[in-house]
Design a protein around this ligand. Sequence first.
Ligand code: ADP
Ligand code: MG
Ligand code: MG
Length: 200
Amino acid sequence: MLDAGFLQRWMAAAAAAVEREADHLTELDSAIGDADHGANMRRGFAAVAAALDAEPQTTPGAVLVLAGRQLISTVGGASGPLYGTLLRRAGKALGDAAEVTPEALAEALGTGVAAVAQLGGATAGDKTMLDALEPGVAALARDGDFAAAARAAREGAAATVPMLARKGRASYLGERSVGHQDPGATSAAVLFAALAEVAS
Ligand code: ADP
Ligand code: MG
Ligand code: MG
């Protein structure tokens, strides 16, 4: 079972991983966007980690709701409201249970991913964070295995390279977006890697 401490460790590991990967994420965003994805993610997850340090939460749902709110209020780019919605909606779906199973977390994240798709109007194959989020959550739902989820998300991110961007800034490039890995799909894989790290 996963308690609030586990979710807090996930968010702390995510902040550390985003910090490590920030330059790479910005480099990807400089090819098909505006070169700020690393900075956006770093600012957002630093705020998440600080808020959870200052105000430790007692349920998994409350951890994710607070994290989501921080992302929405601190990140100006598209990724802030999108990741914020993912975590806030997943947190709400978990309700006030003190402990949850990996399968329940997968289901809640699935609710969050559906909210991201609705907010951004994207679907699988549009070369967005959804291309890593969806396979990651599906793998976690299938067998509750965090390492498998991280692998599926990483493969999903890699699969965005040949895609033509249909949403977000990269879509302005049309055919020129082909041949580059999507920054948001890459950061989604980083978040799943952090989850696998705390679960191992
Ligand atoms: P911005 O594009 O505002 O500078 P970021 O650079 O932080 O924001 O985030 C860009 C990432 O956000 C993209 O790589 C993509 O994965 C994701 N994204 C952008 N628009 C959408 C959307 N409509 N639906 C889902 N994801 C999106
Ligand atoms: Mg950007
Ligand atoms: Mg921007």
